[in-house]
Design a protein around this ligand. Structure first.
Ligand code: ZN
Length: 400
């Protein structure tokens, strides 16, 4: 085996520097025969993949009116009439009456109204007067909002003013918020096969000077999150109550035990999960069915050849847990510690919030729920899922 040129790094370098060619060959053979055991970061469910938005293909871009109709964004024939709620609406037909355009007809004897396909709709507006915009303009604006295009970009594409586009975006966020609030109640972590990997972390989102002043005058907005690896639809977010800080403080610090304890009891107690978090002391509480480990991202000082250097931070590392299954002997689990999944959530959340941040406001809650919905549906066809979300909420919340 030729050792020239000597590789810059890796096993061959280490071997080539210190040992004879024969020893190197032996070491290489040993490495090839017994490769190091790889611990998968996501052990259950959906493997985490990089978001490749440029490769994503949705089914929504066919025709501006067809598309929302096809994917559940508009009510079907047979849905109850949004005006009288007693009758049902017929097939969508081109109507020649004064209102013009496409419409359904209510079959109730006391109503018989011409019903626009987007009448009393959670996302589209069917107003009259100056603010009126036809569905063929609203549908592309809605598609752009779902696809994550900016408001300015959408304004230019559909050539309408910001009121129509802004309204659609706001109502889309409100719809997602309702959906997340409704579905969030039934989330259960650690379902199915026992001992799932679960990550917890907190994020600072906004700050504001409080009016009462004092030595620590800055109010902070901080959220905590728990998510199961391999199951994006289990992300739960909850509001934390951090202490006020001084003006120049870098942040309010980690989650406090009084905030973490109720959340951990609600979502993790008895669920047989391995909790991966940062090194904050609050996460170390002992609970039934919860094993804890952590990775601190600090850059440690290490001594190499007598010199102190800053080692690069570690984001994941192998850990071992001995766990007891129901009725089965104890077994040793090899897992990768780290909080990469939830860190990626924060990335999406911060991107979505942009610079407009306020402490304790409805608008902020909506803006947080919207990326949470996005995380639940990660990697899927958002346009189709928006239709499904509307269909799910239709009978209960939208009076249909
Ligand atoms: Zn009716």
């Amino acid at each position: 085996m030729s050792n020239f040129p000597l590789p810059k790094r890796g096993k061959r370098r280490a071997a080539g520097q210190s040992r004879s060619a024969k020893q190197v060959k032996k070491a290489m053979k040993k490495a090839a025969d017994s490769p190091p055991k790889r611990i998968p970061y996501v052990r259950h469910g959906i493997r985490t993949v990089k978001p490749r938005n440029e490769r994503a293909r949705w089914r929504g871009q066919q025709h501006v009116i067809d598309a929302p109709k096809k994917h559940g964004h508009l009510p079907e024939a047979g849905a109850s009439c949004p005006h009288c709620t007693k009758g049902t609406i017929g097939n969508l037909k081109k109507r020649s009456d004064k209102l013009g355009g496409w419409g359904h007809r209510c079959n109730h004897s006391g109503c018989h109204r011409h019903v626009l396909p987007h009448a009393i709709h959670p996302i589209f507006a069917a107003g009259t007067g100056q603010s009126r915009a036809p569905l063929r303009d609203q549908a592309p604006a809605s598609l752009s909002a779902v696809a994550g295009a900016s408001q300015v970009c959408t304004d230019r594409l559909v050539n309408k003013n910001h009121n129509m586009v802004g309204g659609i975006r706001g109502r889309l966020r409100a719809t997602r918020e309702k959906y997340v609030a409704a579905k969030g109640k039934s989330i259960k972590l650690g379902q199915g096969e026992a001992w799932k990997d679960t990550e917890a972390d907190e994020v600072d989102l906004a700050k504001k000077m409080s009016e009462d002043g004092g030595p620590s005058p800055v109010d902070r907005e901080q959220r905590g999150g728990i998510a199961e690896r391999g199951a994006p639809d289990t992300l739960v977010l909850f509001r934390l109550k951090p202490t006020k800080t001084k003006k120049r403080a870098s942040g309010p610090g980690g989650t406090r035990k009084r905030d973490w304890m109720p959340a951990a009891k609600k979502w993790l107690k008895g669920r047989r999960v391995i909790l991966h978090a940062d090194g904050a002391k609050s996460y170390r509480i002992k609970l039934d069915g919860v094993k804890y480990d952590y990775v601190a991202h600090c850059r440690k000082r290490v001594k190499v050849n007598g010199k102190c250097i800053r080692a690069r931070p570690k984001y994941t590392k192998p850990r071992y847990h001995t766990v007891a299954e129901d009725g089965a002997p104890k077994k040793k689990l090899r897992v990768m510690a780290g909080a990469q999944v939830i860190d990626r959530c924060w990335l999406g959340l911060r991107k979505h919030l942009g610079s407009a941040k306020v402490v304790n406001a409805t608008s902020l809650r909506r803006k947080i729920r919207s990326p949470q919905w996005g995380h639940w549906k990660r990697g899927a066809d958002y346009w189709q899922h928006t239709g499904d979300t509307l269909s799910d909420l239709w009978p209960k919340d939208f009076g249909q």
